[in-house]
Write a protein that binds this ligand. Structure first.
Ligand code: PXP
Length: 260
């Protein structure tokens, strides 16, 4: 199973001071040396971390394939077509969110997504959609022309954290901490079942399958058991662990966990 390392949070740290350090470009060689398979970045409309200059330098210098997460906004898509990364992952974007909160609504935005997908493919860029693990959305993704889907593991990660660390993955779910453990366990099985069924259905529909969001050393093993999964994209927990153990060690440890 491939590991894509999302290096946005290195740019988050830089932007906290609005200077040039740390430079996400310095992560490229380290991530490769540690055994990862892909560099992932998110070029957000508000450029809150990765900016156009970063994206250009990452695509031009990465020793690994580059996956750029982006919205379906026309201006952003034009930039991605010029940059020509290996892959674009279409994500929903809201200015007020801290991170990508849910999957892309492929059903509601179907025509626009078809148009954007065609445009990216004409620029020889593979296209993935970051989606919630639901049968109807997978079906719409296949119809819209995606090459791959990345299944949103946020809900799984949230419930897992409530059950096994007694901490919610997001502050929104604090109320759910009061739920009985049996109910949380049932919620966790349902979340895993949704991911498994979506992965099986995606593969049957001819889509490659990735997953990501909220994955960490504790919960990743469960996700590696999901059938047909070819790739995981992980950012926050790797960059957080690298504060204590260094980026190379954090990526290597995550890769070892994924490889079992
Ligand atoms: N995949 C996608 C599509 C994302 O938007 C994100 C968050 O930027 C990730 C993976 C990585 O999530 P996390 O930072 O929680 O590991």
């Amino acid at each position: 199973m491939r590991l894509g390392v999302n290096i946005d949070h290195i740019a988050v740290l830089r932007e906290a001071r609005k200077i040039n350090d740390p430079d996400p470009l310095d992560a490229l060689g380290i991530v490769k040396r540690a055994g990862a398979d892909q560099i992932t970045i998110h070029l957000r409309e508000d450029r809150r971390h990765i900016n156009d200059w970063d994206a250009k330098r990452v695509v031009e210098n990465s020793p690994l394939p580059v996956n750029i997460e982006c919205s379906i906004d026309d201006e952003i898509i034009d930039i991605i077509c010029r940059l020509k990364p290996h892959r674009a992952t279409l994500v929903p974007e809201k200015r007020e969110e801290v991170t990508t909160e849910g999957g892309l609504d492929v059903i509601k935005n179907f025509d626009k997504i078809v148009q954007v997908t065609q445009k990216l493919k004409e620029s020889e860029i593979d296209v993935s959609y970051f989606i919630d693990p639901h049968f109807e959305i997978v079906a719409a993704a296949a119809d819209a022309g995606a090459d791959m889907v990345e299944l949103h593991t946020g809900e799984f990660a949230n419930i897992f954290a409530m059950l096994y660390t007694n901490l919610p993955h997001t502050p929104h779910s604090i109320k759910e901490l009061e739920l009985p453990r049996a109910q949380l366990k049932e919620m966790l099985s349902r979340a895993i079942g949704d991911l498994e069924n979506s992965a099986i259905y995606s593969a049957k529909a001819g889509l490659l399958v990735a997953a990501g969001h909220g994955l960490n050393y504790q919960n990743v093993e469960v996700i590696t058991k999901i059938p047909n999964l070819e790739e995981l994209n992980i950012g926050q927990s790797i960059v957080a662990a690298s504060v204590w153990e260094g980026l190379e060690s954090a990526v290597r440890r995550m890769k070892e966990l994924i490889d079992g």
